[in-house]
Design a protein around this ligand. Structure first.
Ligand code: PMV
Length: 311
């Protein structure tokens, strides 16, 4: 039996603008994971059986559609590992990450599948290769991903990311305490991404200006993370959130949770990921975390995660 896993992720700064070439910062959420277990099949059965009970799916690889994300992760990995002969295995996939919520569930599952197959076949893969396979799956999910999700999940380190550039692993000098609230409104990434594209095409000047402002916030945040000036990071999160609101990417549910977090003592709060649903995150002092958690639950959060990120 082989077991492998991959973390979730949160974008701290720069979502959406990153699609247009601006930098963004994302961190792995090591305590919230997707897991893949590989076992030999019972005697007499052949092929790869993919089991994902969390989403009530179970099917044979040979019967899966060409663009099925789980099957594609298996196929691309087996190709990369040079497995030509028939391969028999049972893959059981589990994830603690809510789907389509901004926590990187699809990237985590892809990376866990690749890690598990590579470990099972005892053929190690480079991090870049694992990230590249997960990127191909992200493309199936949402057309034109920037690549930030697969990168942060594959590296499992905080990253400063610019599209089509080598990612910079960020040294964070003081731990970050985050409280993450899930609105429970699932939102496929393509919806806000295409909506924003339409708006940008109609008014490239205005939206381009906002993207640049976000880029400046990200650059400032990178310095603060490196120097450990956590207090001022909260303000930057609030500023980033204001720009995301201007672009129409927040929602009533997100606003409710973000206000509850700020009013209960968070240093700053913003939506994270594609927006219009999904999650928000709040930066807190360690002892404020339970207070913010309670406030988020009262304000309607369907799930709350408290997590610490370090360099
Ligand atoms: O929906 P998520 O959390 O996987 O993140 C999307 C992030 C965007 O910047 C909106 C899109 C992208 O491809 O970077």
């Amino acid at each position: 039996m082989t077991l492998a896993s991959a973390s979730g992720k949160a974008i701290l700064f720069g979502e959406h603008a990153v699609v247009y070439g601006q930098p963004a910062i994302a961190v792995p959420l090591s305590h919230i994971r997707a897991t893949v277990q590989i076992e030999h099949l019972d005697k007499g059965t052949t092929g790869v059986l993919i089991d994902a009970p969390d989403i009530s799916q179970s099917y044979w690889l040979r019967e899966a559609d060409r663009d099925d994300p789980l099957a594609s992760a298996v196929r691309l990995t087996l190709d990369e590992l040079g497995v030509k002969a028939p391969f028999d295995a049972h893959l059981a996939i589990h994830s603690e990450l809510p789907i389509a919520s901004g926590l990187g569930s699809s990237a985590a599952v892809s990376v866990a599948v690749t890690r598990a197959l590579s470990a099972h076949l005892m053929k190690p893969l480079e991090v870049e290769t694992i990230s590249k396979i997960a990127y191909a799956i992200e493309c199936i999910h949402h057309g034109t991903p920037s690549g930030i999700d697969n990168t942060v999940v594959a590296y499992e380190k905080p990253v400063y990311f610019i599209r089509e550039h080598q990612p910079e692993v960020l040294q964070i000098s003081a731990p970050l305490n985050l409280v993450i609230g899930d609105t429970g409104v699932s939102m496929r990434t393509t919806i806000p991404v295409s909506l924003l594209r339409e708006r940008w095409e109609k008014d490239p000047g205005k939206y381009g200006g906002w993207f640049e402002e976000i880029g400046e916030i990200v650059i400032e945040a990178r310095t603060m993370l490196k120097t450990g000036s956590i207090d001022s990071l909260g303000d930057l999160m609030n500023q980033n959130q204001m720009l995301l609101e201007d672009m129409g990417l927040s929602s009533l549910e997100l606003q409710r949770l973000i206000s509850a977090a700020r009013e209960s003592g968070a240093l700053g709060a913003k939506l994270s990921g594609a927006g219009m649903g999904g999650i928000m995150l709040a930066l807190v002092e360690p002892d404020t975390a339970p207070i913010v958690e309670t406030a988020l639950r009262k304000a309607g959060a369907k799930q709350v995660f408290i997590t610490e990120v370090d360099g």
